[in-house]
Design a protein around this ligand. Structure first.
Ligand SMILES: [Fe+2]
Ligand SMILES: [Fe+2]
Length: 351
């Protein structure tokens, strides 16, 4: 019997072996997800829940607080409706990702046990709601502004200066403040300018995160999901990058500059050439940069896209350093960084 059994295994026809391999792979695509794909989708679901939480806070105040709304409209009259659309999109991102996980037999990701942070007490906010994110003490990384206007790429070790120093500032009001046109109107305008830059900071982080994970996915359907949702993060960033450039100069009542005048775009340049000041506010398309290999020609692309610079741990570390999670529990950090580590370690499975 033993000899027969061994012989049976050895003599299994190659076609049968191939058929079983193909069936197993098909199961991975149509049935349960591979381990790597599951890790990526779980991480993205958590990231989207976090995005939704912060965008909902922005929406409540952009639509319900007159002073904040007017100050945002100094950047663009459409800011309140764009905030609403971005919040709607984030709801659908997390909702879809969790529904997809469930459709493949996995549990949805929930951050509800960590919903513990207080709400703004300003008019418009849902004051009694508990939040996952903290928009009251943000240090906003504005280096995306200089990065996307330069030929360098963080994946090659290049670093980029801040265009504005926004350190430990609220991005939503915590109480009702004077209108922008009032004598103390600079207070709400500084908050709105901080938000205007934070909108773009969040979304560029999102698009780099999605791009960093794309090449690690196995199932064509999961690749389609990452590319599809990641593409909408790019759309968000591009709008916010344009609007942030409209943030006005803010001075206090003594003439101290709290938010500088950004480099203004020239009326026009000769023959459509690039302007002398590469940092001008109208330079919103991605400046060509190093990509893949420094010996290759420069290319206008999303950057960074490496796991080290743009992956899940890098993204959540950036969020943490910005103060977005100030007040969160150790359990929250343990949970999200465990998800992030697993996603960064995901490997594409090939035949
Ligand atoms: Fe999103
Ligand atoms: Fe987003």
């Amino acid at each position: 019997m033993k000899r027969l059994g061994m012989g049976g295994t050895v003599l299994l026809p190659a076609t049968a072996w191939l058929a079983s391999r193909t069936a197993a792979r098909a199961e991975g695509f149509r049935g349960r997800l591979t381990r790597g794909d599951t890790s990526i989708l779980r991480l993205l679901a958590a990231a989207e829940i976090i995005e939704w939480d912060l965008w909902l806070q922005y929406q409540e105040l952009a639509l319900g607080n007159a002073a904040y709304q007017l100050a945002l409209e100094s950047l663009d009259g459409d800011m309140p409706t764009y905030v609403r659309q971005n919040n709607r999109d984030e709801f659908t991102h997390q909702n879809f990702l969790n529904a997809y996980l469930v459709s493949k037999g996995h549990k949805p990701v929930s951050l509800e046990p960590f919903r513990s942070l207080p709400s703004s007490q300003a008019t418009g906010a849902n004051k009694t709601a508990k939040r996952l994110t903290n928009l009251m003490n943000l240090t906003v990384d504005t280096s995306w502004y200089t990065r996307y206007r330069s030929a360098g790429n963080p994946d090659f070790g290049d670093t980029f200066p801040q265009i504005v120093n926004l350190v430990d500032l609220p991005a939503i009001p915590n109480s009702d403040l004077p209108l922008p046109s009032d004598s103390d109107g600079f207070k709400i305008q500084l908050i709105a300018n901080t938000a205007g830059f934070h909108f773009a900071t969040i979304e560029q982080g999102g698009l780099s995160l999605y791009n960093s994970l794309l090449s690690k996915a196995t199932s064509p359907e999961v690749i389609k999901i990452i590319a599809g949702i990641g593409g909408s993060e790019i759309q968000h960033f591009e709008v916010w990058q344009d609007k942030a450039g409209n943030a006005p100069l803010v001075m206090d009542n003594n003439g101290n500059v709290l938010f500088p005048q950004l480099p203004a775009a020239p009326e026009q340049t000769p023959n459509g050439t690039d302007p002398a000041d590469a940092m001008d506010t109208n330079q919103i398309m991605p400046h060509p940069c190093k990509f893949i290999n420094g010996d290759l020609p420069q290319c206008a692309v999303v950057r960074p896209t490496s796991i080290a610079q743009a992956g899940a741990v890098a993204t959540f570390t950036g969020f943490t350093r910005s103060g977005l999670f100030t007040g969160q529990s150790d359990g929250f950090f343990d949970f999200i960084f465990a998800l992030a580590k697993e996603a960064d370690e995901a490997r594409r499975e090939s035949d």
